[in-house]
Write a new protein. Structure first.
Length: 254
């Protein structure tokens, strides 16, 4: 397996309704380092693009090349093997509410275990130690034995980040990780994700509504509108004219 963590997307199309594409032939190469933000108005295909990469959504056409594989064409065991190397942080957290915080973080290792051991939750002492270390890193060590449904939104997202990193992913995808959070917590979550991923050299692709937050934390910004990429550059290169093109008209600030 190659250690290159870049992704090449070629001619990616997604139609939920036949003849009405949400993604209109996306071509992108995303380097295997740093944080890349995808910005754009609601309904323009940002989440669809992120979810096509890990096949939570099935692409209609095109290629998603990652570590010598076309993710768009994988099936069965090959797809499961690929997915375990792609961490995911969700907008609505996607925790198992009845499990403890610790158990939720440990689920990040399930893809590396046999079905029998996974069913019994037979985690290794090394996994348990790492989960505790990650909970400490996200500021939730004292919450390890609390049920996930007792946590605030910001705390849940911290657990979600720890769980994703627990996978030892080659790349981390984040789908609107701050949209349900207040401004202060949003900054804390982005900071946490940037720090944890940076220390482990994990590239991050984040779909985000808040342009200023994206500019603060991301190395590269991809602007989408109506299913197409209309901007691709650094935060410093993003002008008001670009933002008008991405969001339409003068009132682009959300």
């Amino acid at each position: 397996m190659t250690t290159d963590r870049s992704i090449q997307i070629r001619g990616l199309v997604k139609e939920y309704k036949r003849g009405v594409p949400v993604l209109k032939g996306i071509d992108l190469t995303i380097a295997g380092e740093g944080i890349t933000a995808i910005i754009g108005p609601s309904g323009t295909g940002k989440s669809t693009l992120i979810r096509c990469i890990n096949r939570l959504i099935e692409p209609t056409a095109g290629e998603i090349l990652f570590q010598g594989m076309d993710l768009a064409k994988l099936k069965g065991a090959e797809l499961r093997m690929a997915r375990r190397r792609i961490g995911m942080v969700f907008q609505e957290y996607n925790l198992v509410e009845r499990l403890t915080v610790m158990e939720n973080v440990l689920t990040g290792r399930l893809g590396y275990m046999s079905a029998f051991k996974a069913w019994l939750r037979k985690f290794t002492p090394e996994d348990i130690e790492e989960a505790f270390n990650l909970l400490d890193a996200v500021g939730l060590a004292s919450f390890a034995n609390q049920r996930a449904d007792a946590l605030s939104g910001g705390q849940r997202q911290r657990v979600g980040i720890a769980r994703a990193v627990m996978q030892h992913p080659e790349i981390l995808l984040a789908d609107e990780p701050t949209s349900s959070l207040d401004p202060k917590t949003s900054v804390e979550i982005m900071e946490l994700m940037a720090n944890l991923a940076g220390k482990r050299n994990i590239p991050v692709i984040v779909n985000i509504h808040n342009v200023e937050l994206a500019k603060r934390f991301c190395h590269r910004m991809i602007g989408m509108t109506e299913g197409k990429v209309v901007f691709d550059g650094s935060p410093a290169q993003l002008t008001d004219e670009n933002l008008k093109q991405i969001y339409g008209g003068e009132n682009w600030i959300e």
